[in-house]
Ligand binder design. Structure first.
Ligand code: HEM
Length: 402
């Protein structure tokens, strides 16, 4: 009862735009647009900003029952430079003509540098993004609940595969090239989110714990960006992987463009990694916590990653998650302890990275175990790279059944 009252208060607060309730951080949003890539801002709170144009397109598609037709039409629409497919309503075509392109401020040299960087680091990024960010998403309460109660929550294997598509297409040697895929993948993702914003408010079970009028605000997307990209950069630095200033700039720039393509306004996008870190301190780390939905999702995801897929011992996987995140998150998710594996991971993972990167000549005893793990995780991505026959990103037509 207390929770319900709190939820009602929060929902009302969010609907009225009362500062401090937005984002459920308990603190008012204090980011100045001056400190964004736009250089100025309206002072709006990103947790009160959604994606009006895309949301209206999604609402019309749902109302007219056109989602299956769009999914069929865009199945073969993959390359960045491919013409928009036939078979979609005119308003979808008009919308995509507007958004399916790079912003004027995109810097081709930096994007090309990001392709090189990501090719070099892809296996580490995939580790950080699956067992790190993927599991962290289950302790971001709003994200865990949104994912659980949307259609994809009922089939996490397929949903994870779709998310790998995004990571694979971004961390690719030709992500931004005419025959790369990322611009299209990001646009499909933006429209998936818009459909979810229309669908989830009609789910009684989702609404029962909701604290905002509709999900996936600009602030929520930024929060996820920090749980993926800001977190990945800090991992690379922690693991002593050489990263030049130019490479770090390229990494941030690729994500700035990605955020733009996902519908985040420029007034909220951080211009430097220092600003990104400050934003994450405010909007990500303080809101993490367990939910029933998140605990269930984590269990499913970990089951998918360990034995059946990679032949890995669950103690090893659980301790890797605890190493990448922390023990508090591991405890929230009820991950059983395996102290022998914990010691192995904490000592030998950094040694494995150092040997692989050539900064140490000592090959750790568990080199092949880690190598099998890293290769296995990479295969999960490779198997789900975009192609018409592999797990394409599709618009949902309904929420999670039941
Ligand atoms: C769908 C990526 C932020 C909730 C997707 C998909 C991708 C993706 C690739 C399509 C795959 C699929 O259908 O499962 C991202 C990225 C984000 C982000 C890169 C930010 C950087 C968020 C946030 C939320 C969210 C903040 C919720 C708070 C969902 C949901 C789906 C989805 C519910 C639909 C799953 C379904 O089909 O049922 N996202 N997402 N996402 N995302 Fe996100």
């Amino acid at each position: 009862m207390e929770n319900l009252s709190r939820r009602k208060v929060l929902t009302l607060g969010a609907a009225l735009g009362i500062a401090g309730m937005a984002g459920t951080t308990g603190t008012a949003w204090a980011w100045s647009g001056k400190g964004s890539i736009a250089g100025s801002g309206t002072g709006a709170d990103p947790f009160q900003v959604w994606d009006d144009t895309a949301d209206a397109v999604a609402a019309a598609l749902l109302k007219e029952g056109k989602i299956p037709a769009v999914n069929t039409a865009w199945q073969g629409w993959i390359d960045n430079n491919a013409p928009l497919p036939a078979g979609m309503p005119d308003y979808v075509v008009a919308y995509l003509r507007q958004v399916n392109k790079l912003p004027s401020w995109a810097d081709p040299a930096k994007l090309a540098a990001s392709e090189k960087l990501y090719t070099r680091l892809s296996s580490y990024l995939f580790v950080s993004e699956t067992l790190g960010s993927g599991i962290m998403s289950t302790v971001i309460p709003r994200e865990a609940r949104a994912v659980y109660w949307s259609a994809g929550g009922a089939d996490m294997k397929q949903r994870a595969a779709k998310t790998f598509t995004f990571g694979y297409d971004l961390h690719n040697s030709k992500a931004w090239a005419p025959d790369g895929h990322f611009v299209v993948t990001a646009n499909k993702t933006r429209l998936v989110h818009a459909v979810v914003r229309n669908l989830l408010p009609t789910s009684a079970k989702y609404q029962d714990g909701a604290d905002q009028p509709k999900p996936i605000s600009n602030g929520d997307i930024l929060r996820t960006f920090h749980s993926v990209a800001t977190f990945a950069r800090s991992n690379m630095l922690k693991w002593n992987i050489a990263l030049s200033t130019a490479e770090q700039d390229a990494d941030l720039h690729a994500w700035q463009v990605a955020l733009h393509l996902l519908g985040v306004q420029e007034q909220f996008i951080p211009p430097t990694w220092a600003d990104a870190e400050a934003q994450a301190q405010q909007m990500l780390w303080p809101v993490l916590g367990p939910t029933d939905e998140g605990v269930s999702l984590a269990k499913t995801l970990l089951g998918y990653i360990e034995k059946p897929t990679l032949g890995l011992d669950s103690g090893f996987v659980n301790e890797l998650v605890r190493y990448l995140l922390n023990d508090q998150m591991g405890d929230w998710l009820g991950l059983p302890r395996d102290y022998a594996q914990a010691a192995l991971v904490r000592i030998e993972w950094p040694a494995y990275v150092a040997f692989r990167e050539g900064t140490s000549k000592i090959m750790p005893g568990s080199f092949y175990l880690f190598d099998q793990f890293v290769r296995g995780i990479s295969m999960l991505y490779l198997n789900n790279g975009t192609s018409p026959t592999q797990t394409p990103i599709t618009l949902p037509t309904a929420n999670r059944p039941g």
